[in-house]
Design a protein around this ligand. Structure first.
Ligand SMILES: Cc1ncc(CN)c(N)n1
Length: 240
């Protein structure tokens, strides 16, 4: 995908948070299998609460996509998340770690759920894809740092495997492709004299729309960073 693709344009404007997420000390510790059981339990307990709203958001993508071709991949992935991979993983991992499936929400978990619920109820397909794409693309980003041999503990290893590999890469490529397809007309003209940050020249409809998408994309990236900060605990990898 070219640097001028809409998804890449969004990602570049979400720095430094993007890089902070994909290289976060907590995520890097997962790739090495060195997260302590107690910290992994707290992280997965909160992430299970995230996955509920995420699953609902996938359902909204099925409903709001602009055609059958686009609906099918969401339906396929939704089936995997809801019935097999992530669900069985969470139950086995939480059982192993002595965790619970129902816990009080940390503030960042509640904020992430609010963002997902906001875009889900908007039924605005482009903003829905933007949030889904952040969640999956940045998880692929950190999981790609894992080196063979993967950690022995299944809690670490399977969490990496769920976010790496050919199938997950294809899923992320699909989400990016949807952003690029839908954002093609919103994409800033590289030859325009534009605002450095957003590419704005004025208040055209395309620019307002672009801003809306960039806004949810950036909010989602910032929440991913804060989620790992929460998991790491005070003083570890916090946003500076
Ligand atoms: C917070 C968060 N973001 C993303 C993912 C990837 N599905 C996740 N499980 N949790």
């Amino acid at each position: 995908m070219s640097e001028r693709s809409f998804s890449e344009w969004l990602r570049l404007r979400s720095e430094p948070d993007w890089t902070a997420v994909v290289t976060h000390p907590f995520a890097m510790a997962i790739t090495k299998g060195t997260v302590a059981d107690d910290a992994m339990r707290r992280y997965l307990e909160q992430d299970f609460q995230f996955v509920d709203s995420f699953t609902a958001l996938l359902g909204a993508a099925v409903a709001s996509a602009d055609g059958f071709e686009a609906r099918v991949p969401y339906g396929t992935f939704l089936g995997q998340v809801a019935t097999t991979e992530e669900k069985t993983y969470f139950h086995r991992a939480l059982a192993e770690l002595g965790g619970r499936t129902e816990v009080p929400l940390e503030p960042v978990t509640a904020a992430f759920r609010r963002l997902m619920d906001e875009v889900r109820t908007s039924q605005d397909y482009l903003r829905i894809v933007a949030v889904l794409c952040v969640a999956e693309w940045c998880y692929l980003g950190w999981a790609s740092h894992a080196a063979e041999p993967l950690p022995e503990s299944f809690v670490h290893r399977e969490w990496i495997e769920l976010h790496e590999g050919a199938e997950f890469r294809a899923w992320v490529a699909f989400l990016r492709g949807e952003l690029d397809r839908l954002g093609a007309d919103l994409h800033p003209d590289p030859n325009e004299g534009t605002d450095e940050d957003t590419g704005d020249t004025g208040d055209t409809g395309a620019e307002l729309r672009r801003r809306e998408v960039l806004d949810v994309f950036r909010r989602a990236v910032a929440l991913e960073r804060a989620f790992f900060d929460m998991a790491a605990g005070p003083g570890e990898g916090s946003a500076s």
